[in-house]
Design a protein around this ligand. Structure first.
Ligand code: IPE
Ligand code: IPE
Ligand code: MG
Length: 224
């Protein structure tokens, strides 16, 4: 049985789900938030230490302003309403990506990270305005500035995911088989599951099925 420390998820398919069932992409984003809650609960149950959720990519700024505003208002409300409870559950929140949002949201994100920084049960990494290529470029720039030698270890240390083990398992919902600029370095040896269901339709049962299959895989890491 493979140990499972870190699950990363590309939560894709909100827009299509919303259009199909509610005639609105934004309704899909709202429904997607319920799935986030379910998956957090199940992750705690399963004693997994790290959960990384891709919520907004550096490329998602190309979407209509109205959709972007809605997404960030959902996030703001989520943090305002839920951070206290997450904190009580001993959950640590970390933001991956660059915090270039409204001053109000930036502050909310910083406060939430600070409040939960000592928690130890589960670390949730929320990838927001995150792009793996820009993360790598920034890491190389830092290494150059500090005159670090270019090694795998040094590069890992200069990424935003320093101190976080690489994901064991990547799940992408939404019936699309691509990485969309997510954790390109960190996913080098992850087991990848592409799930047909759209994110709002994804549930604990689907999650557990994937976890079960993951546990039975023979992970080689180059060996035989
Ligand atoms: C989710 O789903 C995530 C975000 C980018 C916020 P999408 O909004 O990409 O949904 P689809 O792929 O258009 O259905
Ligand atoms: C990836 O989904 C980003 C998030 C889930 C936040 P997208 O829907 O933006 O990816 P592409 O554009 O289809 O590759
Ligand atoms: Mg999508």
């Amino acid at each position: 049985m493979n140990p499972l420390k870190h699950v990363a998820i590309i939560m894709d398919g909100n827009g299509r789900w919303g259009l199909k069932f509610k005639n609105s992409r934004n309704a899909g984003h709202k429904a997607g938030l319920n799935t986030v809650e379910k998956i957090i609960k199940e992750t705690i149950k399963k004693d997994i230490s790290f959960l990384t959720l891709f919520a907004f990519s550096t490329e998602n700024w190309k979407r209509p302003r109205k959709e972007i505003n809605y997404l960030f208002s959902l996030l703001e409300n989520f943090l305002i309403n839920r951070i206290e409870d997450l904190h009580k559950q001993n959950i640590k929140l970390k933001i991956l990506g660059s915090k270039k949002f409204s001053p109000r949201l930036n502050k909310l994100l910083n406060d939430s990270e600070k409040k939960t920084s000592k928690n130890t049960k589960l670390q949730i990494n929320l990838a927001l305005n995150y792009g793996s290529k820009s993360e790598l470029i920034n890491a190389f720039k830092k290494m150059k500035k500090n005159k670090n030698t270019i090694t795998e270890k040094n590069l890992s240390r200069n990424l935003q995911t320093k101190n976080i083990p690489d994901p064991d398992l990547l799940i992408r919902t939404g019936n699309t088989k691509r990485l969309s600029n997510f954790l390109l370095w960190q996913l080098a040896y992850s087991e990848i599951f592409f799930e047909k269901k759209l994110w709002p339709a994804f549930n604990e049962k689907d999650y557990n099925k994937i976890i079960k299959e993951y546990k039975s895989i023979k992970r080689n890491f180059g060996k035989i």
